[in-house]
Ligand binder design. Structure first.
Ligand SMILES: CC(C)(COP(=O)(O)OP(=O)(O)OC[C@H]1O[C@@H](n2cnc3c(N)ncnc32)[C@H](O)[C@@H]1OP(=O)(O)O)[C@@H](O)C(=O)NCCC(=O)NCCS
Length: 136
């Protein structure tokens, strides 16, 4: 298993892993905006020539965030997500990040078990969100 930073040539394979995992795909334009900030925090995992796992991290200068973690169903329970998260944690720590947050849907019990196995504990906070109109 090999972990490395995302390259644009990976986009179709990353999309396929997100779709096979029931995760929303990040559109190209959104991803391009993210990659202008911290491209080294968007990681993929390969087994041979097959891209089988992905995780997207961000750092806002105060907290790290983990988003869109997914491993293709054919490659699960082999430690791939743990390796991806461990590498992302190392890269965030190298940037001086003191704490990582993430969001899990309440009905994603497998996801919650995974995160708890890695030491991520639930908080009682409720996510609030509001879309902004594009600039005039
Ligand atoms: C959650 C997910 C990323 C885990 O990927 P993975 O590569 O299979 O995870 P790992 O092999 O690194 O698992 C590490 C540990 O987490 C726990 N774990 C992982 N998947 C689990 C599951 N389905 N049920 C219970 N515990 C689980 C186990 O303790 C596991 O260790 P073990 O296999 O030795 O028992 C993968 O199942 C997935 O892509 N799910 C769909 C998308 C998703 O839910 N993403 C995360 C939500 S934010």
């Amino acid at each position: 298993m090999h972990i490395r930073s995302f390259e644009w040539a990976d986009y179709a394979a990353v999309t396929a892993v997100w779709q096979a995992s029931g995760r929303e795909v990040v559109p190209r334009a959104e991803l391009a905006a993210k990659l202008t900030r911290d491209p080294e925090l968007f990681l993929i995992a390969e087994v041979g020539a097959t891209l089988a796992g992905v995780v997207m991290g961000t750092y806002d200068g105060r907290r790290g965030w983990i988003l869109r973690l997914a491993v293709h169903p054919a490659h699960r329970r082999a430690g791939m997500a743990s390796r991806l998260v461990s590498e992302l944690e190392s890269r965030l720590a190298a940037l001086g990040c003191p704490r990582i947050n993430l969001l899990v849907l309440p009905d994603n019990l497998d996801g919650l078990r995974f995160w708890q196995a890695l030491g991520y504990l639930p908080m009682p906070d409720v996510l609030c969100t509001k879309p902004l109109a594009p600039p005039a």
